[in-house]
Design a protein around this ligand. Structure first.
Ligand code: FPP
Length: 250
């Protein structure tokens, strides 16, 4: 049985997405360079997957590099790509041991070859694991994903007997099946660390009904207890998906 088919424990989100923000500010607060913040952030990213798995979360997606992050200083972009290329192969034994299936969301084609190969190797070597899916969002942007979905929808419609009718009859469900995330479970809980209250182009489609949780903790200091706090907060929410409280509690 794959991880997406297994039932999630009551009160536990099936898919948690995290904007891992605050690496730079953490580094500054410690008198360190930004790269030290990213290195520490990568360590926390490794650990959060294990904490999530222990809680019974089936899918965790981490926003590691956005489509806008290319605009950062060249040195920082290079350092982040280097960190990815170095960290992923080292993390493979741990992923195998913990049943982690590594996946990617985003367009990895512009990544430097070393980073791209590390990503492809991690995907290939963990594809049979089923305890938890780790979805690393790389060169990912929610707006870019939706634009790509529109392009997909238009070319799909053009292949139909009546393209205009096909587009007019498109539903949110069929459109989602044309997005990059088509085979990824919808996000239930979207966490952002580092004190900012923004989505920053993460999981825009699924954000429609994801529960949002903002933590003031800088990502390099995010702990198992902080994840537990977010999950406890989620468990106390009532997800109504547009219905009334009476309807969902019937
Ligand atoms: C946001 O903090 C963080 C990023 C843009 C990069 C996130 C990357 C990691 C945590 C490393 C992941 C690496 C691997 C190999 C998984 P920021 O730099 O914007 O922090 P600031 O807002 O305090 O400046």
């Amino acid at each position: 049985m794959s991880s997406s088919e297994q039932a999630t424990r009551p009160g536990i989100p099936n898919h948690v997405g995290i904007v891992m923000d605050g690496n730079g500010r953490w580094a500054k607060s410690q008198g360190k360079v930004r790269l030290e913040g990213h290195k520490r952030g990568a360590d926390v990213a490794r650990q959060v997957v294990r904490w999530a798995r222990d809680l019974g979360i089936r899918h965790i997606s981490l926003f590691a590099f956005s489509t806008e992050n290319w605009n950062r200083p060249k040195l920082e972009v290079r350092a982040l790509m280097g960190l990815l290329a170095m960290t992923l192969p080292k993390t493979l034994p741990e992923m195998r041991e913990n049943g982690v299936r590594f996946r990617v969301l985003g367009d990895i084609s512009p990544l430097p070859a070393k980073a791209r190969k590390a990503v492809e190797q991690a995907c290939a070597e963990t594809c049979d694991n089923s305890a938890i899916d780790l979805i690393l969002c790389l060169n990912y942007g929610g707006q870019q994903e939706i634009v790509a979905g529109v392009q997909h929808a238009v070319s799909w419609a053009q292949s139909q007997a009546d393209p205009e009718k096909a587009l007019a009859e498109l539903t949110p469900e069929t459109f989602r099946s044309m997005l990059w995330r088509h085979d990824i479970a919808p996000v239930d809980l979207l966490i952002r660390t580092g004190g900012e209250r923004r989505i920053s182009n993460f999981h825009l489609w699924d954000a429609a009904y994801a529960e949002l949780y903002f933590s003031d903790v800088y990502w390099p200091e995010f702990s198992k207890q902080d994840l537990q706090l977010a999950v406890d907060d989620y468990a106390a929410r009532e997800r109504r998906f547009g219905k009334t409280s009476e309807q969902v509690n019937r």
